[in-house]
Design a protein around this ligand. Structure first.
Ligand code: PMP
Length: 454
C-alpha cells in the first residue's frame, strides 16, 4: 500500500537523473527500503545483491555503524562551517591532509566539492586560470576521449562523450575535442597492447595539431578505466604513455578517478597502479562511500603554486557553500580508516574472485568479452562472437537485462548496447561474489532465449 502511493507520488513529482521520463512514468519507481553489507531490500522486503554498489559508490557496503556515528558526532558538534573567509573545520582539514599524504606524488592540495561533476567543473575553471596567469591564455582547448564520462555539468557534459549527454543540450562547446577510445575489444588496430597505445598517442598528437598545436591545448582528460562508457580497460602502460606525452607537450593531464578511486581497482588510487602522477586528479563516490555527498580535486604543487602566485592578493573566484563540508569530511575520514582496516584487502581478494568467476562465463554463446580490474568489471554481449555483433539496440536490451537480473535478486548496470557492468561493494563475501556470477549466468541464459535478441 505504502509502495503504491510512493509509486504514484514519484510519477507525479520526482524527476529522475538520466532517465526516459515517459518510460519511467510507465514503469514506475522501484523503491529500495533498506540495505546491509552488500544487500539491498526492495519494498516487498526481498533481498538483492547490489552488484553495482549503488552507482559505483558504496565501496564500504551499507550499514556501517561507525560511519553513521562519525556523521552524527560531527552533526552534533558542528553541522556546518564555511571554508570561505579564511574559516575552516577540523574534519575537512584533517581529511585534506590524510588524502594528500596518500595521493600520488606531489598532489598535495585538495579542493572539496559535492560530487564528481563539480569536481570536473572545478578542474576546467582552475586549468583556465592556471594557463592564463602563467601567461598562456591561448591554451584554452580541452581534449578528452570517446566513450569517456566526466559528469553532467554544463561544461563537464561536453568533456563527456556519450551521445545522450550532448543531444539537445548544445554540448559540446567548440573548445572541447575528442580522440578515439583505446577500447581493446573494438580497436581498429587490433588487440595488441603496443599497437593500441601507439594509435592513442598518434591520435592525441594529431588532435593537438588539428586544434592549433600544443600552444592552444590546456589539458587532456582520461579515466584510468572508462566507466560509464562501458567499463573499457585500456592496456597496461596506456595511462603512462598518454601522461608522458602530455608532459612533453606542456598539456596538463587530468586523471578522472571518480569511479576508480578508493579501492575500486585495488589500491586507493588507480593512478598509483598505472605508475603516474597526474597534474590534477578528481575523485568522489568512494571518498565517502556514498553515505553523504562529497568529491575532491587534487592539485599538484606546480598547478597550485602557479595559481596562488598568479592570483597574488586577489581571491580565486571559485567556490560553493558546501565545499569542505564538515559532516562529509567526518564521513570521509571514517571511510578512509575502514579502507585501510581491511576493506581494500577484502576488495582485492573479492575482485580476483569476481574476475575469475566472470571469466568462467566466457564459454556462454552471448559473451564476447569479459574485462575488468579489481572490483570493476564488464561482460560485453554479442550475438556473433567472430563478428563481435552487438545485441540489437531495438530490443530494449539494457532494460530487459536489468529486469532479468533484478528478478534473480541481483542489481547490475546494463549499458545500452548489451554490456553488463559490475562494481560491487568491496566488503563482498566469497558467497556473494559467487552468487553474482551464478545469477549472471541465469540472466545470460534468459537473454539467449529472448526471440528479439537472436
Ligand atoms: N567522472 C567520472 C569518471 C564519473 O564516473 C562520474 C559519475 N559516474 C562523474 C565524473 C560525475 O560524478 P557525479 O555523478 O558525482 O557528479
Amino acid at each position: 500500500m505504502l509502495n503504491n502511493s510512493l509509486v504514484a507520488l514519484d510519477r507525479a513529482h520526482l524527476v529522475h537523473p538520466v532517465a526516459s521520463y515517459r518510460q519511467h512514468e510507465r514503469n514506475g519507481v522501484r523503491v529500495i527500503t533498506s540495505a546491509k553489507g552488500a544487500t539491498v531490500f526492495d519494498a516487498a522486503g526481498r533481498p538483492l545483491i547490489d552488484g553495482f554498489a549503488g552507482l559505483w559508490c558504496v565501496n564500504a557496503g551499507y550499514g556501517h555503524e561507525s560511519i553513521v556515528e562519525a556523521a552524527a558526532r560531527q552533526m552534533r558538534e558542528l553541522p556546518y562551517a564555511t571554508a570561505y573567509f579564511g574559516l575552516g573545520s577540523e574534519s575537512a582539514i584533517r581529511l585534506a591532509a590524510e588524502l594528500a599524504e596518500r595521493a600520488p606524488g606531489d598532489l598535495n592540495h585538495v579542493y572539496f566539492t559535492l560530487g564528481g561533476s563539480d569536481a570536473v567543473d572545478t578542474t576546467v575553471r582552475l586549468i583556465r586560470y592556471y594557463q592564463t596567469v602563467r601567461g598562456k591564455p591561448e591554451k584554452d582547448q580541452f581534449i578528452s576521449i570517446e566513450q569517456g564520462y566526466h559528469g553532467s555539468s554544463t561544461v563537464g557534459a561536453g568533456l563527456t562523450a556519450i551521445p545522450i549527454f550532448h543531444a539537445h543540450f548544445g554540448a559540446p562547446f567548440d573548445w572541447q575535442h575528442k580522440i578515439p577510445s583505446a577500447y581493446p575489444y573494438r580497436n581498429p588496430v587490433g588487440t595488441d597492447d603496443a599497437a593500441i597505445i601507439a594509435a592513442s598517442l598518434q591520435a592525441l598528437k594529431a588532435k593537438v595539431e588539428a586544434v592549433g598545436g600544443p600552444e592552444r591545448v590546456a589539458a587532456f582528460y582520461a579515466e584510468p578505466i572508462q566507466g560509464s562508457g562501458g567499463v573499457i580497460v585500456p592496456p597496461r602502460g596506456w595511462m603512462k604513455a598518454m601522461r608522458d606525452l602530455c608532459a612533453a607537450l606542456d598539456i596538463l593531464f587530468v586523471a578522472d578517478e571518480v569511479i576508480t578511486g578508493f579501492g575500486r581497482t585495488g589500491p586507493l588510487f588507480a593512478s598509483t597502479e598505472d605508475d603516474i602522477v597526474p597534474d590534477l586528479m578528481t575523485v568522489a563516490k568512494g571518498l565517502t562511500s556514498g553515505y553523504v555527498p562529497m568529491g575532491a580535486v587534487f592539485l599538484s604543487d606546480k598547478v597550485y603554486d602557479t595559481i596562488a602566485d598568479g592570483a597574488g592578493n586577489a581571491a580565486v573566484g571559485h567556490g560553493t557553500t558546501y565545499s569542505a563540508h564538515p559532516v562529509s569530511a567526518a564521513v570521509g575520514l571514517e571511510v578512509l580508516r575502514l579502507y585501510e582496516d581491511g576493506l581494500l584487502d577484502n576488495g582485492r581478494r573479492a575482485g580476483a574472485r569476481l574476475m575469475k568467476g566472470l571469466n568462467g562465463l566466457g564459454d556462454h554463446p552471448l559473451v564476447g568479452e569479459v574485462r575488468g580490474r579489481g572490483m570493476l568489471a564488464a561482460v560485453e554481449l554479442v550475438t556473433d562472437k567472430a563478428a563481435k555483433t552487438p545485441l540489437p539496440a531495438a530490443a530494449d536490451t539494457a532494460r530487459r537485462i536489468f529486469d532479468r537480473a533484478w528478478n534473480q535478486g541481483l542489481v547490475i548496470r546494463a549499458f545500452g548496447n548489451g554490456i553488463l557492468g559490475y562494481a560491487p561493494p568491496l566488503c563482498c563475501t566469497d558467497e556473494e561474489i559467487d552468487a553474482i556470477v551464478e545469477r549472471t549466468r541465469l540472466v545470460l541464459d534468459e537473454t539467449l532465449d529472448d526471440p528479439d535478441v537472436r
